[in-house]
Design a protein around this ligand. Sequence first.
Ligand SMILES: Cc1ncc(COP(=O)(O)O)c(C=O)c1O
Length: 395
Amino acid sequence: MVDRGEGAIVIDVDGNRFLDCNAGIAVVATGHCHPRVVRAIQEQAARLIHMSGTDFYYEGMVALAEKLAALAPGGGPRRVYFGNSGTEAIECALKLARYHTGRDKFIGFLNSFHGRTLGSLALTSSKYVQRARMGPFMPGVTHIPYANCLRCDYGQRVETCHVECVKVLENRIFKTIVPANEVAAIVVEPVQGEGGYVVPPRKFFDELAAVARRHGILLVADEVQSGMGRTGRMFASEHFEFAPDILATAKGIASGMPLSATIARAEVMNWKPGAHASTFGGNPVSIAASLATVELLEEELIAHATNIGARMQARMHSWPARFSQVVQVRGLGLMIGVEVSSTALRNRLVLESFERGLLILGCGDTTIRLSPPLVITETQSDFCLDTLEALLGDA
Ligand SMILES: Cc1ncc(COP(=O)(O)O)c(C=O)c1O
């Protein structure tokens, strides 16, 4: 039962202190209650809380849209839609892709998570409990295996593979299930989040871009979890020089205030006023929190995520050799996954960490995820790794 938080520490109602390596599911990018974010929220709340950005403009909304447009990977003019949650950002991307292309089908990846409303849920495929008894879903979605090179569905090794996981589209899917000219978009997480913090090789993105270009298919990057500095770049796509037509982001964007953004190439977001909207989307208080967040990310926290993430991963590098239960350590910046040998062990490690004052989460079947606030200090990250090493040693 959480009472309050400060930086990377949360304190429960009994006064127990925990190191938060979960950040409210990768949300509080600038830490809990960063003074500059709190001040921005307080000042904005005292001025204006809501007027609906559908009908009136706010200066902050324009400033944030311009900022995100400039930051979006790929360059060129962008247009931005504001919603309140990750799933809304994806709904916007799906509707826009249909509107712009006049096509209605989508390609998604197995083990992906894109949200829980009925459009995004049609793409989500990480756990059946999220889908059971909720169908039928939006029709026209075909899932293919993701580029999980540790467990390649095509029996390949990353050094020698020919990106079979993308080639399958032209070799089989477009010939057997869905014609390419009916596909509006391919929706992909640049780093698979809920599916296990899986980092694909660069050639996966190059191949996706080539297939999309050949068939006039749009690329949608779901950066709801991987965006906003977490991987040591503003957007994870940058690591792969991946330039999506539409990018959806949320979670870390406003340090905990509800906000999401769908950023699209200007010529793609060509729908008419009123075609898509949200009463609350981009409310002034969330926007103010986001402007303060983006400033902090650019000033210092993205660089900090790179440095401290590298420091943590350097130490964790030896884990598969030292601990027989560790299968792989992987990640970018402060989006780090530790795959262990079984789900039972993973779940036990999450619970025992909690009992020792460390908050972590699971993802995928057998992976621990570390997604701390980007303000985590060296000492705090040492505590996190000391705790996990002790637990792995015991196990
Ligand atoms: C990659 C990704 N997309 C979409 C979502 C949905 O976001 P929300 O829960 O804010 O709707 C999530 C949430 O975990 C996510 O990780």
